[in-house]
Write a protein that binds this ligand. Sequence first.
Ligand code: GUN
Ligand code: FE
Length: 424
Amino acid sequence: MKSGFVLKGDICYSRNPNVLHTRQDGYLVCEKGRVTGVFEQLPERYGDLPLSDFGGKLILPGLVDLHCHGPQFAFRGLGLDLELLDWLEAHTFPNEAKYRQEAYARTAYAMLVEELRRGPNTRVCLFGTIHLPATLLLMDLLEQSGLVTMVGKVNMDRNCPDILREESAAASAADTRRWLKDCAGRYRNTRPILTPRFIPACSGELMRELGQIQREYHLPLQSHLSENPKEVAWVKELCPQSSCYGDAYRAFGLFGAEVPTIMAHCVWSEEEELSLLKERGVWVAHCPQSNTNLSSGIAPVRRYLDRGLRVGLGSDVAGGCHTSIFRAMADAIQVSKLRWRLVEDGEAPLSLEEAFYLGTVGGGSFFGKVGSFEPGWEMDALIIDDAPLAAPFPLTIPQRLARVVYLSDDRHIVAKYVGGSRIF
Ligand code: GUN
Ligand code: FE
């Protein structure tokens, strides 16, 4: 059993989207991997617990990336001159095909996992590739890193090149079952998640098979939704009977309700789709940097929030170049200002507090009680030495947080805890 401990420092976390809780020189008590409480003075009953004094440093909740493509880390920052469908054909599919070779996968995934381990995210939902050995390898490396993750073997059986197309719906389903068998009992912190790539790459037969697997294994699910106008038009052609893109997933029982589901992007979701997302409790992974890089558009995140949708942030590497969810917070604020100025003057920009909430509690809720320091929540924490970001005048804790969101990099993170375990 994990024992208890105390962290001392300048504590900052969200409880709701509009309020930051701060406690200068405060005490964060953790027992059995969960937060006991945040205190101004350390109560006597915790006096015997070991204390780490991070005086003058920030203590923040770990960040959550709801949407990242593991294999795409290898070509991040490259080939970003195309829109989604052309980018997939020209760059993504050829790069993902390389993961058939285990030696390549081992080298590439080791680079990704080391960056994730050192960075500010403590929980990540990742796409792998169609390849079983490479996906297990990614999961093994993630397990060793101490992060908590959900990882998907990708399913795709149509509209993609031979080098990356699974032979048939039946073959894709059989591989998925084999992968689930191989995962069973193997990990503590790494969970499988069903991962149909998106409607254009998955036949109806495959989606029916995945629906069956979902019901048998009760797995969560991740996919893409309404990212790019040409993609949305294509889905309309492929699924003329569906009333919207989200309805095409729903038709196979793969859109929320009993299935904890993440849909990435939702840039072009209209009223009906937003209602379906809300009704079925689907998490939207807002991926502002990818939406900019691939000219997908500016997602209506204010609309999601006004309607009470579940929303977190995603890096969408390699549509996005940065794994850090601090960067996604800054991007989310910046693109929301452009949307407000250029597209919808009724949709107010995101505040820093809101962006911080989305990148902690918003995405964390997909993993349970994660992303805050409320009593009983899982203890994921970052210790940040922001002394290099000092100003020639005193900064409040919210001001220091703003600096970290806009300017920090991984070198400022001096310690990291996941589920109450220190990973460095
Ligand atoms: N839609 C289907 N596949 C992908 C992918 O790999 N990245 C992004 N951004 N969108 C997708
Ligand atoms: Fe994606």
